[in-house]
Design a protein around this ligand. Structure first.
Ligand code: PEP
Ligand code: MN
Length: 341
């Protein structure tokens, strides 16, 4: 349920409503919208008398939230959520670029790629150490060793890092080494895993499931947020359709749709969607143009020899071109690429 206050409602009136709700053991989430202050109410709202709330001075309306993903909905919180990874804000005015190899293959390669992409403007580095491979015979990742190399490369370049967690059993390891925990497309509806993620303070990057609707995706985010971890970043990575000229169909329409339905930040991964490095640049440009808060791309110094996803990995010089292109698009839509320091 939310309480919407009148435009220019007095602070003392807002406080009276807050006190009333707190005395009744509800938790509150205040959000200053463009015109109205909105108070989100957390708890068993069924026992709340909505008419009583509407009688308070300064209250314009009180409504029950109809969306099943209540806490993630824009109704509950009209203002954009900014998730902080280290000191990097995701979901604000600026656009954040994440880049790195599909998998951490060895110490040297992750250091080499991290140095190159951060020099060209990537503010977060990526690299998988526990890989969700379609075939059990494919490279499965270096495990803890991979997380360690990724963290060292991130620290050396003074940026945070993101890596995919596949099992609850490894959560402690991720808390030790990783700044953003990625939940891959294949685990978007692993509800046991999602529930566990509400107990960590780390930001979660929740990728869209291969055949998930936007509503299912937001409901998965709700598992994490409602359990107590508000730091969720959504990542569109393409869905499976009848079209087979690309690896997946990059549903860029989900970005403005999510922006309307939810306050959570949304980034786009054109690498996994397209499956072909030649198609990554145009879709990265388009992602920025439709309002994504960032993009995540795979970069490899020797993609022909990559142990996973070499075909879609950009060469460092192509990443540099991508950065130049998206800078222009960002400026054109009144945003800019995030630059720290
Ligand atoms: C990845 O980002 O490494 C990955 C495997 O992506 P997805 O879950 O989107 O397939
Ligand atoms: Mn990959």
């Amino acid at each position: 349920m939310i309480v919407i206050f009148e435009n220019n409602a007095k602070q003392k009136d807002i406080q009276k409503v807050k006190n009333y709700l707190k005395q009744n053991n509800f938790r509150l989430n205040g959000s200053q919208g463009k015109d109205h202050f909105v108070l989100g109410i957390i708890g068993n709202v069924n026992k709340l008398n909505i008419d009583r709330l509407k009688e308070f001075d300064g209250v314009e309306n009180a409504i029950r939230i109809s969306e099943s993903y209540k806490r993630c909905s824009r109704t509950f919180k009209p203002t954009d959520t900014i998730v902080k990874a280290g000191n990097i804000p995701i979901g604000g005015k600026d656009i954040v670029i994440i880049a790195g190899p599909c998998s951490v293959e060895n110490e040297k390669m992750v250091h080499c790629i991290a140095k190159k992409v951060t020099k060209k403007g990537a503010k977060i580095i990526r690299g998988g150490a526990y890989k969700p491979r379609s075939s059990p015979y494919s490279f499965q990742g270096l495990g803890e060793e991979g997380l360690k190399y990724l963290k060292e490369a991130a620290t050396k370049n003074n940026v945070p890092c993101v890596s995919e967690l596949m099992s609850v059993d490894n959560l402690e390891l991720f808390e030790k080494y990783i700044d953003i925990i990625q939940i891959g497309a294949r685990n978007m509806q692993n509800f046991t895993l999602l529930k566990e993620l509400s107990n960590t303070k780390k930001p979660i990057m929740l990728k869209r499931g291969i055949s998930a609707t936007v509503e299912e995706w937001l409901n998965s985010a709700e598992y994490i947020v409602s359990g107590g971890n508000p730091n969720v970043i959504l990542c569109e990575r393409g869905i499976r359709t009848f079209e087979n000229s690309t690896r997946f169909t990059l549903d860029l329409s989900s970005v403005p749709v999510i922006k309307k339905l939810s306050h959570l930040p949304v980034i786009v991964d054109p690498s996994h969607a397209m499956g072909n490095r030649k198609l990554v640049l145009p879709m990265a440009r388009a992602a920025i143009a439709v309002g994504a808060d960032g993009i995540m791309v795979e970069v490899h110094n020797n993609p022909n020899e990559a142990l996973s996803d070499g075909h879609q990995s950009l060469l460092p010089y192509q990443f540099e071109i991508l950065m130049k292109n998206i800078k222009i698009i960002s400026n054109a839509i009144g945003r800019k690429i995030y630059e720290s320091d």
